[in-house]
Design a protein around this ligand. Structure first.
Ligand SMILES: *Cc1c(COP(=O)(O)O)cnc(C)c1O
Length: 339
C-alpha cells in the first residue's frame, strides 16, 4: 500500500493535550443550549425513525431555513457544517482557479488544494479591506471568489462598494457570513439582484451548535441545483437536522447570547485598544505575541502565522473567562511588552 505524496503535503490535525481551563481558540459560542431546549430536541428525536436514511436533499431543514429568511427552499442548500459546502463550491463552477483574499479563513485554500484547483491570492489592503478592482481583474478567469465578511481572523466587515465591484463581474462570489449575526451587516439583500452571489452561513457560531455540524447557503436556484447533483447523499443526519430546526425557533435566545457576546467583545476591546483591531464578529485580533504566555496560564487562544505572525485571535467567552483573559493579558503587556 502506498499513500499518495500529495496527501502527505497536508498536515495532520493537531489535538492540544493538557489541562487547559479556558478555550478561546475556535470562535465557539460560550453558551451551551439550556436543558429545556435540549429536551425539546430529544422529544422531537423520539418521533424520528433511526433505521431510515435521512431526507436525501434535507428538505425539512431547508424549508425551515427558507421560512426563517422568507425565501424559497430552492434557494437554500444545507451541509454538514459550512465546510462541506465550501468543498462543493470550489468544484461546481467553470474556471481556472479560485480567488481568496489573505489573511482569511484557511479552508478555502484547503478545499481548492484538495480538489486540485489552483488558488490566486489577492491580499487585503490597509484596514484588511478587500481590493475590489484587483479581485474583479482576476475574476475574469476564476471559477469562484471567496470573501469572508466579517473576515476571519481580522473581524472586519467588507465595504459594500468593494463587494459590488466583484459582484458586477458576474463571476460566482461566495460571501462567507459565518459571523454576520454578530455584526449589523449582511449582503443577503443583494441576492435578488445578483444571480452569482452565494451567501454562506453556519449554525456553529451565533446559534451555538458547533458540535452538531450544520451550515447552509442562500443562492440562486441554479447554484443549489448544481450542488445537490454532486453532494454526498446523506451527509446531513437526522440528529443534526432536528437540532438545527428546533434552534431556528429560538432566535430570541440566540439574539440574547449575541448581545452578551458583543458587549463583552467591546469590553475587551476597550481594555486593549492599542493592541486590538475593531471587530464585528465574536473574536478579536490582537497584535500581541501572547500565545505561549496565555497557554501557561491555562488559556487557549489561536496563534496566527504568515501575514499575521506575532498576532493572536481571541474568541469572546463568558464574562468570567474574559476577566481572566484580561487579567493575564494585562500582566503580559506590563511585563513582556508587545512586539
Ligand atoms: C466557522 C466558520 C465557518 C463554518 O464552520 P462550520 O462549523 O463548518 O459550519 C465558515 N467560515 C468561516 C470564516 C468560519 O470561521
Amino acid at each position: 500500500m502506498r499513500i499518495k505524496e500529495f496527501v502527505k503535503t497536508f498536515r495532520p490535525y493537531k489535538v492540544l493535550e493538557g489541562n487547559y481551563r479556558i478555550w478561546l481558540d475556535k470562535n465557539e459560542n460560550p453558551f451551551d443550549l439550556p436543558l429545556e431546549i435540549k429536551e425539546e430536541i430529544f422529544k422531537e428525536l423520539k418521533k424520528v425513525p433511526f433505521n431510515r436514511y435521512p431526507h436525501i436533499t434535507s428538505m425539512p431543514l431547508r424549508e425551515a431555513i427558507a421560512e426563517f429568511y422568507g425565501v424559497s427552499p430552492k434557494n437554500v442548500a444545507v451541509g454538514n457544517g459550512g465546510d462541506e459546502l465550501l468543498n462543493y463550491l470550489t468544484r461546481i463552477f467553470d474556471g481556472n482557479y479560485v480567488v481568496t483574499t489573505p489573511p482569511t479563513f484557511a479552508m478555502y485554500n484547503f478545499y481548492a488544494r484538495l480538489n486540485g484547483i489552483p488558488v490566486v491570492e489577492v491580499p487585503l489592503k490597509r484596514g484588511f479591506i478587500i481590493d475590489g478592482e484587483k479581485i474583479a481583474e482576476k475574476a475574469q478567469k476564476a471559477c469562484v471568489v471567496f470573501i469572508a465578511s466579517p473576515n476571519n481572523p481580522t473581524g472586519n466587515v467588507q465595504p459594500r462598494e468593494e463587494i459590488l465591484k466583484v459582484l458586477d463581474t458576474g463571476v460566482p462570489v461566495v460571501i462567507d457570513e459565518a459571523y454576520a449575526e454578530f455584526s449589523e451587516k449582511s449582503y443577503i439583500d443583494l441576492l435578488d439582484e445578483y444571480e452569482n452571489l452565494i451567501i454562506l452561513r453556519t449554525f456553529s457560531k451565533a446559534f451555538g451548535l458547533a458540535g452538531i455540524r450544520a451550515g447552509y447557503l442562500l443562492a440562486s436556484e441554479s447554484v443549489v441545483d448544481a450542488l445537490y447533483r454532486i453532494k454526498s447523499p446523506f451527509s446531513l443526519n437526522v440528529l443534526t437536522m432536528t437540532a438545527a430546526r428546533v434552534m431556528l425557533n429560538h432566535y430570541d435566545l440566540v439574539k440574547q447570547n449575541i448581545n452578551y457576546i458583543v458587549k463583552e467583545r467591546e469590553r475587551i476591546y476597550q481594555e486593549f485598544k492599542e493592541y486590538t483591531y475593531p471587530s464585528e464578529a465574536n473574536f478579536l485580533l490582537m497584535k500581541l505575541d501572547a500565545y505561549e504566555f496565555l497557554l501557561e496560564r491555562g488559556i487557549v487562544v489561536r496563534k496566527l502565522d504568515g501575514l499575521l505572525k506575532g498576532h493572536i485571535r481571541v474568541t469572546v467567552g463568558k464574562k468570567e473567562e474574559n476577566d481572566e483573559l484580561i487579567k493575564a493579558l494585562k500582566e503580559f503587556v506590563e511585563n513582556v511588552g508587545d512586539i
